[in-house]
Design a protein around this ligand. Structure first.
Ligand SMILES: Cc1cc2nc3c(=O)[nH]c(=O)nc-3n(C[C@H](O)[C@H](O)[C@H](O)COP(=O)(O)OP(=O)(O)OC[C@H]3O[C@@H](n4cnc5c(N)ncnc54)[C@H](O)[C@@H]3O)c2cc1C
Length: 443
């Protein structure tokens, strides 16, 4: 339910008292900035924008202020949509019913780094966390290609990235060790949950509780190199992508693109024009084996680069980024679908036939590869019709064209019934029982 002007004004006044006058804004520009995310990557969602506008935006500086801010909003009956960096690409961070956007960007302190763990405030960028871990001789298990995105946003809306070949997704149960969560149940303060008890808050878009502080697992630091190869054709790259992903020690990332997508990436001498590109973050001990695989498939190694900057650069052109670059570089409107399965390498032609003009961006994983299948956009119906064609060739898919929680929905609904009885947390994102969604089979 949308809040009245009186409720908003009373909350703004109280928040100015808690956070200081600069800790809250009701100015239109600030509200508009806080009401968009990466949803425009989907032409289906882009046609529906704007999907909501915040009435006010708060900038708490730490976990305690996050808890105080949520408690104030609950007292005034105003909904709360948490926001990290706003890079989520399905509209999950859009305040569908207005109300308060809880911008976490000022809550960005590393609280503690210990042996095998790191604790940070919700708004801390993942790249800052990786750096802090490295300074302590450790590394995060995984970080998303949106390396500037926040830990709270990555845990709540993201799933994987650099490190996922070995560690899977951030929902695996090993990634999150503990959380300090804030409920909208009228009981102010932080609730500390650990281990199994922390997992139900992951990937729920803040609908069952807001993550104010997170403790994630670390592992011993490894040396990594950025490995660039190119091939005459994409088939050559996909013929070895799995084998490269299976090398030991396990690579942190292995991505490959068709020449058309590679041409759209930022100019780089290691990504030659009109050739398929394969980029990997490798343990130096595997360079020789990776080189043999590349050359055996008719490719050539373009460059091997050392240092953390080189590997982060490769991360930042992985996962959804090549599709975003393709979209930016062309007058053509492209949509994409997240896909998975052995068919991506074993029956690439059939995968490409799912949509006219389709092009696959692919990521190696331990079990089966995943990817983003991009194609020229015609209509929502054409996009959805392709889901059946993908299923028919045993390709798993996930639609990036809807903003609902689509993982463990019932568990989240049950939890939210207690932690958010009035439905104030990120309203519109937790589907009602029986609601149709186009999410489909999880990729
Ligand atoms: C080009 C591109 C590439 C991407 N690549 C990847 C990738 O490699 N891997 C991946 O997993 N994702 C990827 N994404 C999706 C997205 O960037 C990530 O999920 C990112 O980690 C989200 O973090 P954020 O800080 O931007 O969160 P936001 O977009 O601000 O929020 C994401 C969701 O979490 C909620 N939320 C934010 N903070 C909190 C909190 N503290 N407590 C509770 N809920 C909260 C928001 O309400 C929203 O529902 C990509 C997106 C784009 C556009």
């Amino acid at each position: 339910m949308t809040a009245t002007a009186d409720q908003i004004a009373a909350l703004a006044e109280e928040l100015a008292g808690i956070l200081g006058p600069r800790g809250v804004t009701t100015e239109l520009r600030g509200r508009e900035k806080a009401s968009v995310d990466g949803a425009k990557m989907s032409p289906i969602l882009a046609e529906q924008l704007p999907l909501g506008l915040a009435d006010l935006v708060a900038f708490p500086a730490d976990a305690e202020q996050i808890a105080q801010t949520v408690a104030a909003a609950v007292r005034h009956g105003v909904s709360v949509t948490p926001r990290g960096k706003g890079t989520g690409n399905y509209g999950q961070a859009i305040p569908m019913q207005g109300g308060l956007v809880l911008d976490m960007s000022k809550a960005r302190a590393i609280v503690e780094v210990g042996e095998g763990y790191l604790t940070a405030e919700a708004g801390t960028p993942m790249i800052t966390i990786e750096q802090a871990a490295r300074d302590a001789g450790q590394q995060v298990l995984m970080y998303p290609s949106t390396a500037q995105s926040s830990i709270g946003g990555f845990l709540s809306g993201g799933s994987g990235g650099t490190g996922s070949i070995k560690h899977g997704s951030n929902m695996s149960g090993d990634y999150v060790l503990a959380l300090d969560v804030v409920y909208a149940d009228g009981e102010p303060g932080l609730v500390h949950v650990e281990g199994e008890e922390a997992q139900p808050y992951v990937h729920t878009y803040g609908t069952a509780g807001i993550i104010a502080r997170a403790t994630i697992a670390l592992e011993p630091l490894q040396e990594w190199v950025g490995f660039y190869a190119s091939f005459p054709a994409f088939d050559d790259a996909t013929s070895v992508i799995r084998q490269i992903g299976w090398l030991e020690p396990t690579p942190r990332l292995v991505s490959a693109d068709l020449p058309t997508i590679a041409n759209a990436l930022p100019a780089d001498t290691a990504i030659p024009k009109d050739r398929a590109s394969l980029r990997a973050i490798l343990d130096p001990a595997t360079i020789e084996a990776a080189t043999a695989l590349v050359e055996g498939a008719g490719g050539r190694v373009e460059e091997v680069r050392e240092g953390p900057q080189a590997t982060v650069k490769i991360s930042m052109i992985s996962y959804n980024h090549p599709i975003e670059w393709l979209q930016k570089s062309s007058d053509q409107t492209y949509f994409h679908v997240e896909v998975s399965g052995a068919a991506l390498v074993e029956r690439l032609d059939e995968v490409h036939q799912a949509y006219p003009g389709a092009m696959l961006h692919i990521e190696a994983q331990r079990d089966h590869p995943i990817g983003m299948l991009a194609a020229p956009y015609v209509s929502p119906e054409e996009v959805y019709a392709g889901f059946d064609r993908l299923t028919a060739i045993d390709v798993g898919y996930h639609s990036p064209h809807q903003w609902f929680v689509d993982w463990n929905v019932e568990r989240t609904r049950d939890l939210a019934a207690t932690t958010d009885p009035s439905g104030l947390l990120n309203p519109g994102k937790l589907p009602e029982p029986g609601t149709e969604s186009t999410a489909g089979k999880k990729a």
